[in-house]
Ligand binder design. Structure first.
Ligand code: ZN
Length: 508
């Protein structure tokens, strides 16, 4: 009886909660799309040329070379091109080079008591393998402008933001804009190879200059998914990264007696049997999903846009009980949705054996894990030990090769997020109400992780219009990287608007 009463009370409590949350009027602010003179680009063709020229520089880093660069020519050429393209910035904002190749600019604000805001990008790109060059319809380092696109490695990741930010600042300087808050620009040169000589050194230099606190950082990370986020919405979705996952690579070594391949052991003690057991245990029992910020914030932000039957559930994304349920659903939905709700563990390398007729004495498995905010790299090691190694523990040892903890989660309810959201909604859609802005968890690593000691407010958004169905996401680090010229011009306008909103007298 007592059990039945308790059950009835619990059920009505859940129902009451459900109804009360559903009845709350969730009204995120909307902003009209603007197209006034403050967004006018003085010479659009020249701007397109500037990006095209930047794409023609083969700025590829080398993690093992001094200062992260073995071929300095393309970086120097890029610096020269940028200086020629943006003469006012070079004249007025005082360029400072860090480790020869990274660049810092400072546009002093009228009010020196305000903490500076910092916009960042990076100048390096990933290489294009010789075998991939024939798969491109344009020269990857030619900067071709054709069919309404600008082509080349870096068109999306991420010389587009480098050039768009500089275009925006050059326009604002010409227009006589005077920032109230100091605006810093920081462009690293080795993001793709770790950021040690670039972003990390820039942060050190800023501290040496007495800048110990930033109001916010805006880096790459989230993009606009123009084909939406079905089934939640088909409207274009602008995803602002408020956190990024950690990552760790762990090596598992297996050691056994080995022997002749003609007489394999019966007790499952061969490297092959042990590896098979470990991998199947891990496959059967992945790390439990959980719905934490930013994924929970993202689902809640989708609520007003989603089909009516999903709205109540989405509005309960912050509720522990329903959060678990939603995480289970998302965990099974798609690799992307699953990655937002759990620490993933992927096998990236399997090695064993010296000859076709010898049982190996040693084996090696590499695990690459992406760690959810709130969880830790050591938690991944515990999981590999407890779930994977389990009863084979005496033959297995683990070694952590690299570990980067997940970033803190920035505030998606604060003024900086709202200002980015406003600039997006005022500039990027073609009509009011046509785009949805949500907080987002970035699965990869960006240079912004080096800035966590300077600010809690790190936002990761690049104004790239990406059509997932058309395969645009695969162009990043892939073949035929390109950006629509109209979208590049939109990106410039986004930064012009954002800087006006965030750095003006009445800014955030
Ligand atoms: Zn990048």
């Amino acid at each position: 009886m007592e059990y039945q009463v308790a059950f009835a009370v619990a059920l009505s409590a859940v129902l009451a909660l459900f109804l009360s949350v559903e009845m709350q009027i969730h009204s995120a602010r909307t902003y009209p799309v603007i197209s006034d003179s403050t967004l006018k680009i003085s010479n659009e063709d020249r701007a397109i040329e500037h990006l095209s020229e930047a794409l023609s520089c083969k700025t590829i880093g080398n993690a093992t070379a001094p200062k992260g660069v073995s071929d300095s020519g393309p970086f120097k050429r890029l610096h020269d091109l940028l200086e020629a393209s943006f003469p006012q910035i070079w004249r007025q904002l005082g360029v400072e080079k860090v480790n020869d190749y990274s660049l810092i600019f400072e546009w002093k604000g009228a009010n020196s008591t305000l903490q500076p805001g910092l916009l960042m990008s990076h100048m390096d790109v990933v290489p294009v393998a010789d075998t991939d060059v024939p798969k491109w319809s344009q020269d990857p380092f030619g900067g071709a402008v054709t069919d309404g696109f600008i082509w080349g490695r870096g068109a999306l990741d991420v010389k587009i933001t480098l050039v768009a930010i500089l275009e925006a600042v050059e326009e604002l300087l010409a227009a006589g804009f005077e920032p109230e808050r100091t605006l810093l620009l920081a462009f690293g040169h080795d993001e793709e190879t770790g950021g040690t000589h670039g972003a990390k050194a820039i942060v050190r230099r800023l501290r040496e200059r007495g800048i110990t606190q930033l109001h916010f950082v805006l880096d790459e990370g989230g993009v606009v998914l123009t084909d939406g986020f079905p089934p939640l919405t088909r409207k274009p979705v602008a995803a602002i990264g408020t956190a990024e996952k950690g990552q760790t690579t762990v090596e598992m070594s297996i050691a056994t007696a080995g022997g002749h391949a003609s007489m394999p052991p019966l007790d499952g003690s061969s490297v092959g049997s042990i590896a098979a057991r470990i991998l199947s245990r891990l496959d059967r029992s992945p790390i439990n999903p959980g719905l934490v910020a930013p994924a929970s914030d993202m689902l809640a932000a989708f609520a007003p846009e989603a089909p009516f039957y999903l709205r109540p559930l989405l509005r309960l994304a912050h509720n522990g009980l329903f959060g678990v349920l939603l995480a289970q659903v998302m965990g099974a939905m798609s690799p992307e949705a699953s990655a937002m709700t759990r620490t993933t563990v992927a096998v990236t390398s399997l090695e064993a054996g010296v000859a076709h007729n010898v049982l190996p004495q040693e084996g090696r498995i590499l695990f690459n894990s992406r760690v959810l905010p709130g969880e830790t790299c050591s938690g991944v090691v515990n999981y590999l030990n407890a779930t994977g190694a389990a009863r084979d523990a005496n033959r297995v040892s683990l070694r952590v090769l690299s570990a980067q903890e997940p970033s803190p989660v920035s505030d998606s309810g604060g003024p900086v997020f709202e200002t980015i959201r406003r600039a997006i909604l005022e500039v990027l859609p073609s009509r009011e109400g046509e785009m949805v802005v949500v907080p987002h968890l970035v699965a990869g690593a960006t240079d912004s992780r080096h800035y966590t000691e300077l600010t809690e407010d790190i936002f990761r958004f690049a104004p790239l219009m990406m059509n997932k169905t058309a395969g645009d996401l695969a162009r990043i680090h892939g073949n035929n990287e390109r950006v629509r010229t109209a979208d590049f011009l939109k990106a410039i306008r986004f930064y012009m608007r954002f800087i006006r909103l965030a750095f003006a007298r009445a800014g955030v």
